[in-house]
Write a protein that binds this ligand. Structure first.
Ligand SMILES: O=C(O)c1cc(C(=O)O)c2c(n1)C(=O)C(=O)c1cc(C(=O)O)[nH]c1-2
Length: 579
């Protein structure tokens, strides 16, 4: 897709949710920089008309901004050359029965653009291609079935002649998959499940590898008992990246279903796995399972950030991933070799670390601390003080990378939990969770529930860390102006120095921020854009009006204090320097 590749390379635009195929979320723009960011002012605002959690960001392509909302997934095209006048608005008709089968608020992580089309993947799993000029529907295809718990929150990846989409529903026993549709007409190109027979998972027993070894036959079924893999989870609701030179796309799979580990003995492959797949065929090149036999809901779906960096004097093609399980992984993205696996929050206590000895039988596996194994403690036993909580040291909120500092800027959670598994039976379309949770700030620390950190992925070390009262549930943006931006759950947009984290600017927007910061240039002026609108898993209490502390899988109690700071409401705020 040469057009999109050129659009992404133009720093005046924000042509894809992730900034580029590498998911770096880095902008070359430097009109707004560490010297003058303190003067930032609000340039204009736009109310989305929707109340619940606003994730993702607008796109800017040419003179048009494309803005989406959570359910009902309205798309606005705003004319930047005409003071943001609405060029067109698309509002799909969706059955509201999809709302109760969305686990973690009715969020959507944004639209994508390619070849004159805007791609919207609705909550009810309808994928629509809209004419970018008029908003007219060019094609639409149904990817899943909400009546069995299949929904969507993720953005899509347009790459080459395909648009690649994921699916949600790990809390409903959905078997995860990634599907490629042809951009031209929406016809199916390939689908790769996370578990199941080789022909379903598109794995080649001899040529698909795990830590350098062939996966062998039936790798997607032989670590499951019976047919449990059919309702095995491993959903694909995160971010996607791509390396066109290698013809590979990268993503991670979510938790195995149910959350009660006693009901699914075995490693539960390929849940909790980083996957590298051929873009044209979907065939898997390599897998790496980070959390075999998950006992904590540490979905592996967080973004894969692609970089080229020197290790021991040799430039390598790397993939860096900040997992929910509290470990940050640096891998060779061509071969799938594991290079670094280190904790990126000192609070992480469920594991002592990953076995890095290739000759060892447990190579690549995290060593589990028995006290924090929810299975060892047994069904109906409350395991306490586990760090991180189920929402991980980081959830879907994407980090940014600056090639200038070679540091990653990571929004994190600093939250621990009590976890009590219980036996649950499967009924299609009904919650299939099997655990009761409580969440609270990491004990014996600064008392807050988050940190915004700078990470060195070669040495596996935190460079600096900014304590935050709440989890940082907003995606970061790093720029060539030596500034990194992020939003907070109280509603602040913050700008800090890329070198030492010094705060340079803050502004309180009308609602808590779970969106991702973006930037663009119009008429020679640089703008910073951010969606406010509290919600997502952390903000589910406010978003869904829940008050019982155990509701929202423990998030309602954990984040109860949010209501002292913010209230619902979707708004885009755009900042610039004064004239
Ligand atoms: O297993 C799944 O299918 C699934 C889906 C989603 C989603 O689609 O938003 C989330 C999760 N799991 C999840 O575990 C989680 O922590 C989470 C947080 C959020 C959010 O947007 O704040 N969504 C989800």
């Amino acid at each position: 897709n040469d057009g999109l590749v050129a659009d992404m390379a133009n720093p005046n635009q924000w042509a894809i949710q992730t900034g580029d195929y590498k998911n770096q979320r880095f902008s070359q723009l430097d009109q707004i920089n560490a010297e003058n960011v303190g003067d930032l002012q609000v340039a204009w605002t736009f109310s989305t008309g929707v109340l619940r959690g606003h994730e993702g960001s607008p796109l800017v392509v040419g003179d048009t901004m494309y803005l989406h909302t959570p359910f009902p997934n309205i798309v606005y095209a705003l004319d930047l050359a005409n003071e943001g006048k609405i060029k067109w608005k698309y509002e799909p008709k969706q059955d509201p029965n999809v709302i109760p089968v969305m686990c973690c608020d009715t969020v959507n992580r944004g639209v994508a653009y390619a070849e004159g089309k805007i791609f919207l993947h609705q909550a009810d799993t309808t994928v629509v291609a809209l004419n970018a000029d008029t908003g007219a529907v060019e094609w639409s295809v149904v990817n899943g079935d909400p009546s069995i718990g299949e929904t969507n929150t993720a953005t899509v990846l347009p790459v080459k002649d395909k648009v690649i989409v994921g699916i949600s529903g790990g809390e409903f026993g959905v078997r995860g998959s990634v599907t490629a549709y042809n951009i031209a007409d929406g016809s199916l190109a390939w689908r790769a499940y996370s578990m199941g027979p080789d022909s379903d998972i598109l794995a080649d027993p001899e040529n698909t590898t795990h830590l350098g070894q062939p996966v062998g036959a039936d790798s997607g079924t032989n670590t499951w008992e019976g047919d449990q893999w059919m309702i095995g989870g491993g959903t694909t609701w995160g971010w996607y990246s791509a390396d066109l030179e290698e013809n590979l796309m990268y993503y991670g799979t979510g938790n195995p279903s149910t959350w009660n580990p006693a009901q699914r003995p075995g490693d539960n492959r390929w849940s909790m796995t980083i996957m590298a797949r051929d873009i044209d065929t979907g065939m898997a090149k390599w897998f790496y399972q980070m959390t075999p036999h998950d006992e904590w809901d540490y979905d592996g779906i967080n973004e894969m950030i692609l970089t080229e960096q020197e290790i021991d004097g040799v430039e390598r093609k790397l993939l860096t991933h900040f997992d929910r399980n509290g470990l940050a992984y640096t891998m060779d993205r061509v071969s799938g070799e594991l290079l670094v696996a280190e904790k990126y929050d000192p609070a992480v206590n469920w594991t002592t670390g990953v076995d890095m000895d290739p000759a060892s039988e447990t190579y690549g596996r995290p060593a589990v601390v028995a006290q924090y194994s929810t299975e060892q403690n047994g069904e109906d036993v409350n395991s306490t003080g586990i760090c991180p909580a189920a929402l991980g040291t980081k959830d879907q909120q994407p980090a940014a990378y600056s090639p200038e500092t070679e540091l990653f800027y990571v929004p994190t959670n600093h939250v621990c939990m009590d976890y009590e598994p219980f036996r649950v039976s499967y009924t299609a379309g009904q919650p299939y969770v099997g655990a009761t949770l409580a969440m609270y700030p990491a004990p014996d620390s600064h008392g807050g529930m988050g940190n915004f950190i700078a990470w060195d992925n070669i040495n596996g070390e935190i460079e600096w860390s900014i304590p935050e009262q709440f989890s940082v549930w907003s995606g970061a943006l790093a720029t060539a102006g030596d500034v990194v931006f992020y939003g907070t759950l109280e509603g602040y947009l913050k700008a800090v120095s890329t070198t030492d984290g010094t705060e340079l600017y803050r502004f309180k927007t009308p609602s808590g921020i779970i969106g991702n910061v973006m930037t663009y240039m119009h008429d020679d002026k640089q703008y910073i854009g951010i969606l406010s609108g509290i919600g997502g898993w952390a903000g589910i209490g406010l978003a869904a009006g829940l008050t019982n502390p155990n509701d929202g899988l423990g998030a309602v109690g954990g984040y109860a204090a949010l209501s002292d700071y913010t209230a619902l409401g979707g708004q885009l705020t755009v900042f610039s320097l004064p004239n």
